[in-house]
Design a protein around this ligand. Structure first.
Ligand SMILES: C[S@@+](CC[C@H](N)C(=O)[O-])C[C@H]1O[C@@H](n2cnc3c(N)ncnc32)[C@H](O)[C@@H]1O
Length: 140
């Protein structure tokens, strides 16, 4: 972990396979930059399993940005709880994606016989306001 900006930013540097590292990681991530080569050439970086881990580790309202605008990535990010929008890309990319965690993933790892009966299985919680730096709340 590298503290930057007088400790206000903590950069995690993980070396190894993305899926197994994220599965072991415990953190509360506020911002992701997803930069894993083109999805068509490196699908392992963009799998549903990996993006589920990204969502698990993200604080409600936490953001992502990525150079890709691939439809499969957009749909997977939405499926794991991110509100996603297409925005203009940087040269040479015409479009890119960004978004925020609108809906934390459902609780899926609670076995019925351990579950607290007062908590409905699979209960979901909605996040508070999304935080786009310097912007008002907006519809995606
Ligand atoms: C386009 S580079 C971006 C690197 C970094 N964002 C930068 O700007 O220097 C993509 C990176 O993803 C890493 N990568 C690709 N597939 C991976 C995987 N399955 N697990 C972990 N890292 C992976 C590559 O080693 C490479 O460092």
């Amino acid at each position: 972990m590298l503290p930057l900006e007088a400790g206000r930013v903590r950069l995690f540097l993980l070396l190894g396979d993305v899926q197994s590292l994220l599965e072991q990681m415990q953190a509360q991530v506020h911002a992701w930059y997803l930069d894993g080569f083109a999805p068509a050439r490196n699908p392992a970086m963009w799998s549903t399993a990996v993006l589920q881990q990204v969502a698990r580790l993200t604080v409600p309202g936490g953001t992502f940005a990525t150079f890709t605008a691939a439809g499969a990535v957009r749909r997977r990010l939405a499926a794991v709880g991110f509100a996603v929008e297409k925005v203009p890309g940087f040269s040479p990319k015409r479009e890119s994606l960004r978004g925020y965690l609108a809906q934390p993933p459902a609780i899926t790892d609670v076995s019925p016989w351990f579950a607290n009966p007062s908590v409905p299985h699979g209960v979901m919680r909605r996040s508070s306001e999304p935080a786009w730096p310097g912007r008002q709340r907006r519809k995606l």
